[in-house]
Every structure is written in structure tokens, then in C-alpha cells.
Design a protein around this ligand. Structure first.
Ligand code: ATP
Length: 245
């Protein structure tokens, strides 16, 4: 993968100047590729995504070593807004929709950088085409949507920025199996449209079906990596790292 879209080399993260949460993480995402980041609770998966997007600063964390390159530019330590403008978005765990606003108003906020209405309309149409469920719900109040619909909304809001890479943290968390399927169908469609994805997910099976490559983390380090099919098929990996039977 000579021309990675995203490349982390030996990234270290310190929280509050004392807790070393990442101890030298290296990983790559190819243009239009999809990579799953797996591992137990507390392994450092969310921290890795936050370090990439710059959100780590609001948790009193910082990249204290190594490098992060996105589309050939060093981005470690940059402000999140500037990272978003360069084409990298981060869908965080927890589906933070603006509950009193409609679906469309939530999406418009994701497109706040557009200077004119025509540009905004084009981006909205793009989201409705990729996620038709949101078109049906456009006038609904976001706070009354189901968990799966809210997950689709935060994904839609993120792609308003027309990114080339999306980081997404635990999209299946707390969703019923049918909703997980629907959310992952959206992610498969976005992949098909050429969006690269770096996904953190406890539901290893659905993550490895979506991804082409995977990394397993433990205690702030990558302990294993490989093609998604191989990781999912390896008996030891399934048992010890991924909790599959
Ligand atoms: P989970 O699935 O539980 O979110 P994770 O693999 O995403 O797990 P992280 O949330 O990245 O793990 O946490 C990695 C380590 O960093 C943990 O030991 C955690 O306690 C610590 N950590 C996370 N956030 C902070 C913070 N704001 N301040 C201090 N330590 C933190």
C-alpha cells in the first residue's frame, strides 16, 4: 500500500500528561479501503480515532510521539475543524444528534461550511441518495428517531462534509440486530461509493464482513493484523481476541 490515504506511524497518546494510552500504534488505510480496529474494552481503539481526528484535545489528551499523515499531510495535533475540511470526518460513539431539530436541520449543520444554498442542496441530495431512509424522515424531530435511525443521521451529517475518509466508533452499539443490518447496509453502500472507512466495532462479525483489513489492539498496541477474511477465520484469533465462537 504505497500511497496510503491515512498512515499512523508509532503513534503515542498521553492523557493529562501522565496516562500513556497509545504506546506506538502504526496502521494504514488505503484510498477507498475499509479497515476494522478490534480489541477488548480499554485497548485504545477510541483513543486511536480521537488522536487522528484531533478530538483528543477536548479529552485533555495529545499525540506525544509518532506521526499521522492524511492525504500526504501531517495532521497530528491539528484542530478538528481543519482536519474535517481536508476530508476526514469522525462519527463518535453515542449518536449525538441535536434532538429538538429535524433530520434535515441536523444535516444542514453538517454542511455549515457551504457558502451557498445550491451547494447545500447538492450535498443534502447526495446524503438522501446514499441513505434513503433519511429522505423519508427529513421533517421528523431527531430526538424521536430510533437508535438505528439516529445512527444513520450522524453518519449522514458526517458525509455532508463530502469526506474521503470516515472514522466511525461502535456504530452497532445498543442496536437491535435488524437495525445493525440496516446501518451496515448504509456503510457498505458508502464504501461502494468510494468512501474509505476506519471502523471501531465490538461486533467483530459485521465489522470483518465490511472491512478488507483488520488490526487487533491490546493495551495501547497493535498485537495482530491481517486480511479481514484471514482474521475472521483464524481459530486462535477468534477465541482469544475477538470473542467469536
Ligand atoms: P472502549 O471500547 O471501552 O471505548 P477502547 O479500546 O476504545 O475501549 P479507549 O477508550 O481508547 O479504549 O481507552 C484506552 C485507555 O485510555 C484506557 O485505559 C482508558 O482508561 C484510557 N482513557 C480513555 N480516555 C481517557 C481520558 N479522557 N483520560 C484518561 N484516560 C483515558
Amino acid at each position: 500500500m504505497a500511497d496510503a490515504l491515512l498512515e499512523l506511524m508509532n503513534v503515542e497518546v498521553l492523557y493529562s500528561n501522565v496516562i500513556l494510552a497509545l504506546k506506538g500504534v502504526s496502521l494504514k488505510v488505503a484510498p477507498k479501503g475499509c479497515v476494522a480496529l478490534l480489541g477488548a474494552n480499554g485497548a485504545g481503539k477510541s483513543t486511536t480515532l480521537k488522536a487522528i481526528s484531533g478530538v483528543i484535545a477536548s479529552d485533555d489528551g495529545r499525540v506525544s510521539g509518532g506521526s499521522i499523515a492524511f492525504a500526504g499531510q501531517a495532521i497530528a495535533g491539528r484542530e478538528t475543524a481543519s482536519v474535517v475540511r481536508s476530508g476526514l470526518v469522525h462519527v463518535m460513539e453515542g449518536r449525538r444528534v441535536l434532538p429538538h431539530m429535524t433530520v434535515e436541520q441536523n444535516l444542514v449543520i453538517g454542511g455549515h461550511m457551504f457558502a451557498n444554498a445550491a451547494r447545500m442542496r447538492r450535498a443534502l441530495d447526495g446524503v438522501y441518495e446514499a441513505i434513503p431512509r433519511l429522505a423519508d424522515l427529513r421533517t421528523r424531530t431527531a430526538g424521536y428517531l430510533s437508535g438505528g435511525e439516529q445512527q444513520m443521521l450522524v453518519i449522514g451529517r458526517a458525509i455532508m462534509a463530502e469526506p474521503s475518509l470516515m472514522l466511525i466508533d461502535e456504530p452497532s452499539l445498543g442496536l437491535a440486530p435488524r437495525m445493525i443490518e440496516e446501518v451496515f447496509a448504509v456503510l457498505h453502500r458508502l464504501r461502494g461509493n468510494g468512501l474509505a472507512l476506519l471502523i471501531v466495532e465490538q461486533n467483530t462479525r459485521v465489522a470483518l464482513e465490511l472491512a478488507d483489513y483488520g488490526y487487533v489492539m491490546e493495551s495501547g498496541r497493535i498485537v495482530l493484523e491481517g486480511a479481514a477474511g484471514e482474521l475472521g477465520a483464524n481459530e486462535d484469533v477468534r477465541e482469544f481476541y475477538l470473542g467469536l465462537d
